[in-house]
Design a protein around this ligand. Structure first.
Ligand SMILES: Cc1cc2nc3c(=O)[nH]c(=O)nc-3n(C[C@H](O)[C@H](O)[C@H](O)COP(=O)(O)OP(=O)(O)OC[C@H]3O[C@@H](n4cnc5c(N)ncnc54)[C@H](O)[C@@H]3O)c2cc1C
Length: 472
């Protein structure tokens, strides 16, 4: 179909005011928070499931790629239209919280709802949606579903998939189906489990059913400072071994501490090798005792200093620093690559040592910000994309870090997804038979590879031989 005709058909579905085609608008939607780029043919803004369904049918019948986009905060190229096509925006019009059912602890949202917007609304009732990606101020619930997002609180409460119970989905051919439901154990195959984390390649979520929880009565936030990263990592292992389940165990290494302190000026010691942010939540009764036990474990593992946030203002300051750590570190050089791998918690010291060696080998600076409780590392590799030699070294270093993660028994992404960035790293983890099984599932949902093509699962004919992380 000619582009002009396609635009006409789309205008019949959403109205011509909800289609964007100017060069500036196309550029605006040709990237995400990585450096991967790809220009769409047009942008479309639906307001209902029916419109999404009609757009999908049109794309399917005409073999035009269809890419759903939340706010584009993906770090792996997820919503970038690398093969052109239609970019479907959820935020402008599909952004309503449809139902808040406190007695049954469920909510139903449209995909364009911003994560923090939902949390703020639930706070009015004393309730919480637990997953807390650091990007929650901007990310959407559709994006969280598609990337199976994690965050600091996920150590205790689980990642997005543990909180999504059901969804209304538009399939590649426009068919609308409902999967899962409001119960915890829904009959049939676990299709909602399959679609969560499928990065927009299997279906488009148009409504999402979530589990919510009452806000905890009390919270204690501790900050421990270490002279070696090993001591910090050993502290994490010992806390977990003790049977305590803090809601958060987050770590920053020296370079990240320096970056955060330079930006936020909250008094962090810039000579420390690592800091650990530990949070406990639950009933007030007993929290002091648990905090005391944690302080003892920190001291036993050579913490130079352990302090307890005295009030909400101090706690908020620590969290602002943690959640802003990527941005603060990013100010050190023109660009940074956020690597994302997961290792068994006990392998953190070895992995961090090897990450440091990789940095030296390729002469690149690496800061580490990580969800230590989950063994989820985020080595931030700093560089200047105009320096092609440095960029090539960054690609190699990032790939080797993922190799190390897999070698020590971990995996190639903890929460940021495969997208385009990690296609070349899939073979570190998956056998040819494993990859074929994924392709078969993709074909069942989307036989013509219309939904977000070129991401997560490549068809046999397009398999990447590139043994590196694709960043730009
Ligand atoms: C500074 C920063 C910090 C971050 N911190 C975290 C973190 O702590 N934890 C974490 O997990 N991630 C983090 N991220 C990554 C990112 O924010 C998350 O992956 C987020 O869930 C993406 O949401 P989005 O709305 O921006 O989605 P987009 O980037 O727009 O899209 C992401 C993917 O979701 C698909 N998608 C979007 N909506 C739908 C839908 N309705 N149906 C089907 N597919 C859909 C898209 O096609 C794409 O493949 C961070 C990113 C940044 C920039």
């Amino acid at each position: 179909m000619e582009k002009k005709q396609l635009l006409q058909k789309l205008a019949e579905i959403v109205g011509k005011d909800d289609i964007r085609t100017s060069e500036m608008q196309l550029q605006e939607y040709s990237y995400d928070a990585s450096l991967i780029k790809g220009k769409p043919d047009c942008i479309v803004i639906p307001e209902s499931t029916l419109e999404v369904s009609r757009i999908a049918r049109l794309a399917h019948e005409n073999h035009v790629p269809l890419i759903v986009r939340g706010t584009g905060s993906s770090l792996s190229g997820g919503p970038v239209p690398v093969r052109g096509g239609i970019v479907l925006l959820t935020t402008p019009k599909m952004n309503r919280i449809l139902e808040i059912d406190i007695p049954n602890q469920r909510v139903v949202v449209e995909p364009g709802v911003i994560t923090l917007q939902l949390k703020n609304e639930l706070a009015k009732y004393g309730y919480l949606y637990q997953p807390d990606p650091a990007s929650e101020k901007t990310s959407t619930m559709g994006g969280n579903l598609a990337e199976n997002s994690g965050g600091p609180l996920c150590f205790k409460y689980g990642v997005t998939t543990n909180h999504i119970l059901g969804a209304e989905l538009v399939l590649a051919d426009g068919e609308v189906i409902n999967v899962g439901g409001k119960s915890l154990d829904n009959p049939g195959l676990d299709l909602i489990g399959l679609v969560t984390g499928s990065e927009g390649t299997l279906a488009i979520a148009t409504k999402i059913i979530l589990r919510i929880m009452p806000k905890n009565e009390g919270v204690k936030t501790l900050l421990a400072i270490f002279d070696t990263v090993n001591d910090g990592a050993n502290t994490v292992s010992e806390i977990v071994k003790s049977g305590m389940v803090p809601s958060t165990l987050e770590m920053l290494d020296n370079l990240a501490i320096k970056a955060v302190e330079t930006f936020y000026k909250i008094g962090l010691p810039t000579d420390a090798a690592g800091l650990l942010l530990i949070e406990l939540d639950g009933l007030n009764d007993g929290l002091d005792r648990l905090a005391g036990q944690i302080i003892e474990i920190c001291k036993k593992n050579n913490a130079r200093e352990v302090s307890l946030a005295k009030n909400n203002a101090e706690r908020d300051q620590l969290w602002t620093a943690r959640k802003g750590a990527f941005g603060a570190t990013g100010r050190l050089r023109p660009n940074y690559l956020v690597n994302d791998g997961t290792v068994p918690r006990t392998k953190l010291p070895e992995t961090l040592r090897r990450v440091g060696e990789i940095g030296k080998k390729y002469n690149v600076e690496i800061a580490n910000v990580f969800h230590a409780g989950d063994g989820n590392l985020h080595p931030l590799i700093l560089f200047d994309e105009r320096d092609k030699d440095e960029l090539a070294r960054v690609h190699k270093a990032a790939f080797e870090i993922l190799q190390v993660c897999v070698e020590v028994g971990g995996t190639i992404t903890g929460e940021h997804g495969v997208g385009v960035e990690k296609l070349g790293a899939l073979s570190l983890l998956f056998s040819p038979a494993d990859l074929n099984a994924l392709r078969k599932i993709k074909r069942v949902f989307d036989p013509d590879d219309i939904l977000n093509p070129g991401k997560l699962i490549l068809m046999e004919s397009e398999s990447s031989e590139r043994k590196e992380v694709v960043y730009a």
